[in-house]
Design a protein. Structure first.
Length: 265
């Protein structure tokens, strides 16, 4: 039978329910679908949908998140495509929408993510499993916020996602919300992902600088460059997936952040 759902862009999406041929074009949402048990239904993913690795190896790749192989998607003939407003290219999504049912998420904070998990669970007939994941996420992050207050973490941080030029996670981003949830204050006041020089960063009086493992693969060798410009700041490598993947990886991130909080005092 056909059912209609409203996606997070407010669009009505109608498809045969439950979907049997799903393409996910967002890494964190691909991992979510596999964790919901859709091992046979997910027929296509992007080259960045690397978790779980055994599913990545076995599944057809349909390009990158921002450069999809449209013909490969057509050949797979999906009955549902699941994408994201920020991570996918608008022109490609609009093209796919003319040919296939495309459900889009739009996520800026933890609450948006939990809502997306719930709605995707409904989309793919896995509502109880999605509800359980959200229970774990809600409980875990509530505990993390309590621990942050108890430990009086409250440090000022800058989160760098790219080099040459340096790009930072600013306001209105999922990363900014996660920083706040674990007791940190983002010193970057601009929206989205502004370009900022290290000399400009000096004026923000940050105590910590996080170098993300993705999308730019920061390594230990990059720490010294930051420290030479900001000698009084603690510079740390962090797991970008834990800070920016907004699907079922959030369950794993709770333990990561619990251990991470111990390093901040």
């Amino acid at each position: 039978m056909q059912k209609t759902f409203i996606d997070q862009l407010g669009r009505a999406v109608t498809f045969n329910y439950p979907p049997k041929r799903i393409i996910s074009i967002v890494p964190s949402q691909s991992e979510l679908l596999f964790d919901l048990g859709l091992n046979e239904e997910v027929i296509g993913i992007t080259k960045f949908c690397i978790h779980p690795i055994e599913k990545f190896a076995a599944c057809t790749k349909v390009g990158g998140t921002k450069r999809l192989k449209i013909e490969a998607i057509r050949e797979l003939n999906p009955d549902l495509i699941i994408g994201n407003k920020e991570e996918n290219t608008r022109s490609e999504i609009e093209l796919l929408m003319k040919e296939f049912p495309v459900w889009m998420s739009d996520i800026s904070n933890l609450e948006d993510s939990m809502r997306a998990i719930s709605e995707i669970g409904e989309l793919v007939d896995r509502a109880p499993e999605a509800a359980y994941l959200n229970h774990l996420i809600h409980t875990g992050f509530t505990d993390l916020q309590t621990l942050a207050v108890g430990k009086n973490i409250n440090k000022r941080v800058a989160y760098i996602i790219w080099k040459d030029p340096y790009l930072f996670a600013g306001k209105d981003t999922f990363i900014d919300d996660i920083l706040m949830k674990i007791g940190l204050t983002n010193v970057i006041k601009q929206s989205r992902y502004p370009e900022i020089t290290l000399s400009q960063l000096k004026t923000e009086n940050c105590e910590l600088v996080f170098l993300s493992s993705e999308p730019y693969p920061f390594k230990a060798k990059h720490i010294e460059e930051i420290k030479s410009a900001l000698p009084n700041v603690k510079v740390m490598l962090v797991d970008g997936e834990m800070f920016s993947w907004y699907g079922s990886r959030l369950v794993k991130s709770v333990q990561y952040f619990f251990e991470f909080q111990q390093l901040l005092n």
